[in-house]
Design a protein around this ligand. Structure first.
Ligand code: F6R
Ligand code: ZN
Length: 186
């Protein structure tokens, strides 16, 4: 019997996912400006807001195949608004996802199909089930990196347009060290 080395390695507590088959991407401030209420600030365009690492095997169009991922969110604010991911619905609303917090503190923000928003608190060790019908966005409310692992079907896809057309109704700010939730009633 052949015993093979694992193709990827994850330093769960202190690091990221490495290995030749790991895909990585960086979200720079210049590409994230539209996520925030007011992006007019001193952050340079090239500031890294978050990094995404992912790994999968097989045909991504094949039902049942999985992605394994990690999002690393920097502890930066934009005019006191906490760092957020772009946020999305899955294109296939039947595809759920699991998030698990590996480091830091944050909120997992959900929005349902009636625009109702709510959040789950994240800290090292919390595990979160994301129903396929819910939009989801990470918020780093802490003073350190927020590192969140994820597992989801390769067939899920990302529907960003739906969130851009109909954004989350809440924004999370850090004012004098306090987390402040601002809701938009429209
Ligand atoms: C995949 C998923 C995560 C996010 C990542 C970045 O379905 O939810 O891997 O893609 O946290 O967030 P977005 O894609 O919203 O920029
Ligand atoms: Zn997702």
């Amino acid at each position: 019997m052949e015993i093979k080395e694992a193709k990827i390695f994850q330093d769960y507590l202190n690091g990221v996912i490495t290995g030749s088959e790991t895909e990585t991407s960086k979200k720079l401030f210049k590409d994230a400006r539209s996520f925030y209420e007011n992006s007019d600030c001193d952050l340079s365009d090239d500031t890294v807001m978050y990094e995404v690492y992912s790994y999968s095997q097989g045909d991504p169009k094949q039902t049942g195949n999985l992605n394994w991922g990690l999002t690393v969110m920097k502890p930066v604010t934009v005019n006191q608004e906490c760092n957020i991911t772009r946020g999305h619905f899955h294109e296939d609303l039947n595809c759920a996802e699991i998030y698990f917090c590996l480091h830091g503190e944050g909120l997992l923000l959900f929005m349902d199909e009636n625009d109702h928003c709510y959040a789950e608190k994240m800290k090292t060790g919390t595990v979160h089930h994301i129903d396929g019908h819910l939009a989801h966005r990470l918020v780093n409310t802490g003073d350190e990196e927020l590192r969140v692992g994820a597992c989801w079907p390769t067939t899920a896809g990302h529907d960003y347009a739906r969130i851009e057309k109909n954004p989350f109704k809440v924004r999370i700010f850090k004012e004098n060290g306090n987390i402040v939730v601002k809701e938009r009633h429209s």
